[in-house]
Design a protein. Sequence first.
Length: 134
Amino acid sequence: MNEKFNEEKAHKIIKEKAQKIKEEDIKNVIEKEEEIKNKIKGPLTKYLEDIRLFFSLLKDFISGEYKEVPWFTIAAITASLLYILNPFDVIPDFIPIIGQLDDAIVVSVCLMLIEEDLEAYKNWKLSKKLTKGG
């Protein structure tokens, strides 16, 4: 790979892939949750909690429990998780550590793009938990 993978390229990848996301892609990502979580190594481990939150949001969205979120946020999360799942992305995952670096950059950029919506979701989850008493 001659070109350097950076945030600008990750941003472009997310935006392009997010435009093509359909509901079946979200369901596919949810079904592959364990497979995706098993790919979290090296630089990606720093985003484990965020990725868990991504899955929680997608599940609540698909179930209809949480709909107060823009489609772009759902599509960007789905695109990012599909990117992690793809072993032959910009930097192939079989290359130790470096292979997960582009995945980590994609997740990082996704987090920046959807920060406010993710915060709103966390607050919703917390208020729901508090009203249930636990």
